[in-house]
Design a protein around this ligand. Structure first.
Ligand code: ADP
Ligand code: MG
Length: 227
């Protein structure tokens, strides 16, 4: 199965969620390959860092990451035959890599921050998914996840964004029940080439861990979080 984490917008958390999901697949015993199609190679740096920091006893699973650019569709499809899961991290712009990955993926996850700029960018994403769908002859199985949401209970911003997305894009994208908060633990895990589930006791954040576990369950097993 090929999972694409992509959007045309930069800085929405694509690499963060791609690397987290890859690590959680590996922790769950899946054979996972991370494919970095972004010339900035952030996912590649994360995987290299992981190779160094994953613990003296190598208790955390290693993750293979390959960099691919250009017409990546055929290569991704071929690699998917050898792994349980391929996770593709796409750069934040309309590119040949993004379009080709969209054409071959089984599931596309579009991280969106609850900001107006991110929401506006979905207009283009809806057009892009329709264009690629017409080319391949099937609908793109695309889902939006809200990322970097405020963790303050009083802030209702993400509820408003959810309502707006349901009203305007229900026919284009699914909307995950899981939403990911803006959390220091996410950045710390990223820095060390880990996911929040793998942080040691001193740095673990149960909320950051549970959210990522919910994301993993909803994306890979269709299990929605219980309120
Ligand atoms: N849920 C989150 N909590 C905290 N920081 C986050 C979260 N998601 C993303 N970030 C941070 O936001 C920045 C952009 O994320 P990144 O994954 O690089 O986005 P993209 O790949 O879409 O350009 C990075 O500094 C990353 O650490
Ligand atoms: Mg990125």
């Amino acid at each position: 199965m090929i999972y694409l984490i992509g959007s045309e917008k930069g800085g929405t958390g694509k690499t963060t969620l791609a690397t987290h999901l890859a690590a959680m697949c590996a922790v769950s015993g899946k054979e996972v390959l991370l494919v970095d199609t972004d010339k900035q190679e952030s996912a590649t740096f994360w995987a290299n860092t992981r190779a160094v920091t994953r613990g003296e006893k190598n208790q955390r699973p290693d993750i293979t990451c390959v960099t691919k650019t250009g017409k990546v569709g055929h290569d991704i499809a071929r690699l998917a035959e050898k792994f349980d899961v391929v996770i593709v991290d796409a750069g934040g712009r309309d590119s040949v890599e993004l379009r080709q990955a969209m054409a071959v993926c089984d599931y596309m996850l579009i991280p969106v921050r609850p900001s107006q700029y991110d929401i506006w960018s979905l207009n283009h994403m809806a057009i892009l998914t329709q264009e690629v769908a017409e080319k391949v002859g099937t609908k793109i199985n695309a889902h939006v996840v809200l990322n970097s949401c405020s963790t303050h209970r009083s802030v209702k911003e993400s509820d408003e964004v959810r309502a707006l997305l349901m009203a305007d894009y229900a026919s284009d994208f699914g909307l995950l029940d899981t939403q990911v908060g803006e959390r220091i633990a996410v950045r710390r895990a990223t820095r060390d080439g880990l996911c929040t589930v793998e942080l040691d006791k001193a740095h673990a954040d149960p909320k950051a861990r549970d959210e990522m576990q919910q994301l993993y369950q909803e994306v890979f097993h269709g299990i929605r979080p219980t309120a």
